[in-house]
Design a protein around this ligand. Structure first.
Ligand code: AHR
Length: 637
């Protein structure tokens, strides 16, 4: 590998090159990054048709002591359903632990209705006996908020218990006179756990006869990232990637199988209690929408990533609104942009300000639709969005769903979206995909890439190496490819909707797949300088790139190389164009005994980057060994 390190031939890599794509899939948000512990907190998940379905809440007590129904008496206009608990027993006649209801968090239920999708990579619910969800830890504090009313005096215990309810981890009582709770009343409690249980549940119990109504029951750990409601451990995994942008909230989640189930931002803002929640029909699960439009922007700000909002353009998997009728969708998008960017006197900016963020969010990218280019109405709809957004916000960059890599787009755009899911060998060889793409016109945004066929399993080293080769190609083509993100980012193993993924978790544990760790090799790339490099010799299973960057006031050259073959390779690296000799250097290698190896909860660090010091090169040349099936980087300073 010959590297020309002179600045004269280097080219700046965009500041935005590597980022993340966050989709509400696999319970990435609800039951994942969003730290809310109660699922179906407003009892709305049954929807209009089956409001009596309070899943996953369950009743504590038998028919002789309690019955539970729902009615439409909530004080919240947009989510009318509340739970009525009719307690039939009293005092010592009740079971000793009382009667009531409990919420197991996001798990514990097996009755999952999945519609069968043809794509083999849509994986179905694997309820693998891990009936755990609420991760309650000793010494930690939890905020519980709920709404209640009653016709009589009340005495309700709010408790975290073990999954069988037998062991109490934390408990507080709500005692009130009938006169104080005859109307809907908000109660807030701070529970401190005196025990740890990864499978805990939240109980509301009583031994007092009478009628009690509950609505909007929430339990959140006090300790969340920046106090903004994000689960710390998952968020750290994201931040460690140093993402320069975050694309959200989907994916197919934006489209819906049907438009009525698509993500509608207005339904997800304002007080959490007032959000109706919705059933995401593509990935088949209910979200209470605690992680809503505001929280996505807050997340972007908290992790220092540019927000990229994907809007629905009137197209779902099964429907397309005629272009002549699409203006309400355009208006909704404009208002969503105003929510993010408008000052606090604007109609929607004032809603954001009331939520605690008077300063606008820095929204500069909007993607019109997701994978919708082949729909007949896409171009017409897209143009309505493009013109309206550019007219109101000329600086916003618009991303089209149509692929401009092999032929010019027939419509104006700042970026075109490119998605690729394929075999490892295919993706590896696609490192040259953008070599001949037009340098005129819109730039490329590779917003979803992954190896996801049979050779990926649940996240093999092989898959990651295919991706590494592809990413080296993107880095080298970053004059035209300006942004790239892996998909999907997260999976909760209790409900996998897509395999493989970058970060795997349950209530209490998490690990990165090799695909996650490959992305770590690119954390210095955004904003660095791409150096001219040439690979000579037998290179069919090799890809390499070279960059220079500064960190903590020191200059570095970084060489990255993938060996996609089954033999080790001795790579001679010669660096020209430097004034000084190279000194200390660090080597980082990602590999494993077998190319189909994967990380797991029991062996989370089987395939993680291994760092070591590299001998100080005597000259400006060095020879390095690339193990079979490996990805290596060499930082030279
Ligand atoms: O990343 C998973 C899905 O793949 C996304 O929702 C969609 O855009 C693509 O088909």
């Amino acid at each position: 590998l010959h590297v020309d390190a002179s600045n004269a031939t280097g080219r700046p890599i965009p500041e935005t090159l590597f980022g993340i794509f966050f989709e509400e899939i696999n319970h990435a948000g609800a039951g994942g990054l969003w730290a809310e512990l109660v699922s179906n907190r407003g009892f709305e998940a049954g929807g209009q048709n089956i409001p009596s379905n309070i899943w996953p809440w369950s009743v504590i007590g038998d028919e002789s002591s309690i019955y539970v129904v729902t009615d439409r008496s909530s004080c919240f206009e947009r989510n009318k359903i509340s739970l009525r608990m009719e307690v039939l027993c009293h005092s010592n006649a009740c079971p000793s632990q009382g009667v009531g209801v409990y919420n197991p968090g996001y798990w514990g239920m097996v009755a999952f209705i999945s519609h069968i999708l043809s794509n083999a990579n849509y994986a179905f619910s694997s309820i693998n006996g891990e009936m755990r969800f609420q991760n309650i830890e000793s010494g930690k504090k939890y905020k519980v908020a709920l709404y209640m009313r009653s016709t009589g005096d009340i005495d309700v215990s709010v408790s975290f218990t073990s999954s069988d309810g037998l062991l109490t981890l934390a408990s507080e009582k709500i005692i009130a006179l009938a006169s104080d709770v005859s109307n809907w009343t908000k109660k807030e409690l701070l529970l401190e756990a005196n025990g740890t249980d990864h499978g805990a549940r939240l109980q509301l119990t009583t031994t007092k006869k009478g009628s009690v109504w509950f609505d909007q029951v929430s339990a959140m750990p006090v300790d969340t990232y920046k106090g903004h409601g994000f689960r710390n451990d998952l968020l750290k995994m994201m931040v460690d990637l140093k993402p320069r942008f975050i694309r959200f909230p989907g994916g197919c989640f934006v489209e819906g199988v049907w438009l009525r189930n698509a993500f509608r931002w207005k339904e997800t803002v304002g007080a959490w209690e007032e959000r109706p929640g919705h059933f995401g029909d593509v990935w088949d699960y209910w979200t209470d929408d605690g992680l809503g439009h505001f929280e996505f922007f807050q997340l972007a700000e908290d992790i220092g990533a540019a927000p990229i909002w994907v809007v629905n353009n009137g197209i779902s998997h099964n429907e397309q609104v005629e272009t002549a009728s699409v203006m309400p969708f355009v208006q909704e998008a404009l208002e969503g942009i105003e929510f993010a960017r408008g000052d606090s006197n604007s109609t929607w900016g004032s809603v954001r300000a009331a939520m605690g963020h008077p300063e606008p969010f820095e929204l500069k990218y909007v993607a019109v639709g997701n994978e919708d280019c082949n729909f007949k109405n896409y171009r017409g709809n897209y143009l309505k969005f493009y013109n309206a957004i550019k007219n109101a916000y000329p600086d916003i960059k618009i991303i089209s769903n149509c692929d401009g890599s092999s032929q010019p787009l027939d419509h104006p755009a700042d970026y075109y979206d490119y998605h690729i899911y394929t075999l490892a060998m295919d993706l590896f060889s696609m490192s040259h995909k953008f070599d001949n793409a037009s340098r005129n016109g819109p730039k490329a945004f590779v917003s979803e890439y992954a190896v996801n066929k049979t050779d990926a399993n649940s996240g093999s080293l092989l898959a990651a190496l295919g991706e590494a080769g592809f990413l080296l190609g993107l880095e080298k083509n970053s004059d035209i490819v300006r942004m790239a993100s892996y998909a999907p980012l997260f999976v909760n193993t209790n409900n996998r909707r897509w395999i493989p993924d970058a970060i795997v978790f349950n209530a209490s544990h998490l690990y990165g797949t090799p695909s996650y760790w490959v992305q770590h090799f690119f954390t210095e790339s955004s904003g660095a300088t791409l150096l001219n490099s040439t690979l000579n010799g037998i290179t069919s299973h090799l890809e390499a790139s070279a960059i220079s960057f500064q960190t903590n006031g020191s200059d570095y050259i970084q060489i990255k190389a993938v060996n996609f073959g089954n033999k080790s390779v001795s790579l001679k690296v010669s660096v020209t164009g430097l004034d000084t000799k190279l000194s200390g250097s660090k080597k980082t290698v990602l590999t494993s005994a077998s190319v189909m190896d994967e990380n797991s909860f029991s062996n989370p660090d089987m395939i993680v980057p291994q760092e070591s010091w590299l001998e100080k090169p005597e000259e400006l040349d060095l020879t390095v060994v690339l193990p079979p099936y490996s990805f290596s980087s060499f930082d030279l300073s």
